[in-house]
Ligand binder design. Structure first.
Ligand SMILES: [Zn+2]
Length: 199
């Protein structure tokens, strides 16, 4: 058994997505062997992250300001909202340079194996925006997988209950089924956005 501080950090790293106990061990011993300066840089970056990043109170992206830069930008089209799962998806869409509207982050999807997952999504917050903002189009840009599809169907129902005549669109087919938006290349994603279809 390693000494307590080592063991604790292994457990902390193991809780990160895709990091198993072996990788967590490798991280810890890498840090122990590197200089104090490297470790201090990592500590400062983590402190900075926790101290300065908050949730944008409009779109729920993570940002150092609330509202975030995009929500605050008068040049962006406030009548179109693109719904994505995570910050990384927003970044992928921004990189296409095909989108000038605003966003709403759900912070996940409804997972078929976990009924409670719906409670943590920013759906209520979206429906409030529909009531309060002058929105003309909602783009559902969730991943093309089972939980993404289920969530888009649920959102469509909820949006129609709140605003029956609102235009709801989806990304054009072209992104492979089961693929993550954040790994799609800019050209494919850009054209899926440009050729979006009314659902
Ligand atoms: Zn925002």
């Amino acid at each position: 058994m390693y000494s307590d501080p080592i063991q604790k950090l292994i457990i902390a790293f193991s809780s990160l997505p895709t990091v198993g106990p072996r990788t967590a061990e490798r991280f810890v011993f890498y840090l122990l062997k590197s200089g104090k300066k490297d470790v201090a840089e990592l500590t400062n970056a983590l402190k900075n992250l926790i101290g300065n990043i908050k949730s944008c109170e409009i779109c729920w992206d993570f940002s150092d300001t609330s509202p975030c830069k995009i929500c605050n930008d008068p040049k962006r089209d406030s009548s179109t909202i693109c719904i994505v799962e995570e910050s990384q998806d927003l970044q992928s869409i921004e990189k296409t340079n095909e989108y000038i509207g605003k966003y709403h982050l759900l912070r996940g999807t409804i997972r078929p194996d976990d009924e409670d997952s719906i409670k943590f999504l920013k759906i209520k917050e979206l429906l409030v925006r529909l009531q309060n903002e002058n929105i003309k189009e909602i783009i559902l840009a969730l991943n093309h997988d089972l939980s993404g599809e289920n969530t888009m169907m649920y959102l469509e129902k909820k949006i129609k209950e709140t605003k029956p005549n609102l235009k709801i669109t989806r990304l054009a087919r072209g992104l492979p089924m089961g693929s993550d938006l954040q790994y799609a290349d800019e050209i494919t994603l850009g054209s899926a956005l440009k050729n979006r279809t009314t659902s």
